[in-house]
Design a protein around this ligand. Structure first.
Ligand code: ATP
Length: 235
């Protein structure tokens, strides 16, 4: 059996003296899309911050593809194949679409390849390539941040609230892109507060409450119990 792409064992983390992750256990199988759901304040964003190395865990173990990564820096994690798309979109608003993609070549991939792949996946970005990223619609900016993330050829993508502030039709089309990205072999852990779109493309779902994963299962099974789980019914 191959190692899961991501494994968290009893992960704890705190802001100052306030413990926010209180023993997270999570397993993401290689090649899977996992939706990480939960109400406001459950700790989802904090878990992504810990996984991407921008915030330290206070205890516990994290493995990426079987390798221990608990103390790794964001750069080292990036080289190991982990890439995070933060909430609020990771783009440079005062640079054009094309300049944003050029900058993604620091990961070592040739610029031409990055541009070709980004424009093939998101033709809208090609139409807008000379436009300042900050002047594009929220959905287009989200496409650009996904394209930038893919430029590093990630094994595991962490997506935080892809749908934030976007119209439902745009969200659906972004999730179609997420499904295509997964089909190309990238594992994905996607955080969403509003579950339906993420569940549509997910292979598995996990629900967080009070800094712990309280349930993991198939999307259909989780979807019917969301109300109960969001309020901590299984805790
Ligand atoms: P949301 O969807 O609202 O972002 P979440 O599940 O992602 O919810 P987190 O953002 O991880 O939750 O927040 C978990 C808890 O940590 C909340 O109680 C929040 O108030 C607290 N918290 C988050 N960021 C900070 C911070 N920088 N300093 C102190 N407390 C924080």
């Amino acid at each position: 059996m191959t190692a899961p792409i991501l494994e968290c064992i009893d992960v704890h983390a705190a802001y100052g003296r306030i413990e926010v992750l209180r023993g997270v256990d999570l397993l993401v199988p290689r090649g899977a899309v996992m939706a990480l759901l939960g109400a406001n304040g459950a700790g989802k964003t904090t878990l992504l911050r810990v996984l991407s190395g921008v915030m330290p865990a206070t205890s516990g173990h994290i493995h990426l593809g079987g390798e221990h990564i608990s103390d790794a820096s964001p750069d080292a994690l990036n080289r190991a194949g982990l890439c995070m798309v933060p909430e609020g979109r990771g783009v440079f608003p005062n640079l054009t679409v094309e300049e944003n993609l050029w900058l993604a070549s620091y990961s070592g991939q040739p610029v031409e390849r990055i541009l070709t792949e980004a424009y093939a996946r998101f033709p809208r970005l090609k139409e807008r390539r000379r436009q300042l990223a900050g002047s594009m619609s929220g959905g287009e900016q989200q496409m650009l941040s996904l394209a930038r993330a893919l430029a590093s050829d990630p094994a595991l993508l962490l997506l935080d609230e892809l749908s934030m502030g976007l119209a439902p039709l745009i969200v659906e089309s972004l999730y179609d892109s997420v499904a295509e990205i997964a089909e190309s072999g990238v594992s994905i852990l996607v955080v969403e507060q509003f579950a339906a779109s993420a569940l549509r493309v997910a292979d598995y779902a996990a629900v967080m409450h009070g800094g712990r994963i309280i349930e993991t299962g198939e999307p259909a099974e989780i979807e019917g119990r969301l109300n109960e789980l969001y309020f901590g019914g299984a805790a």
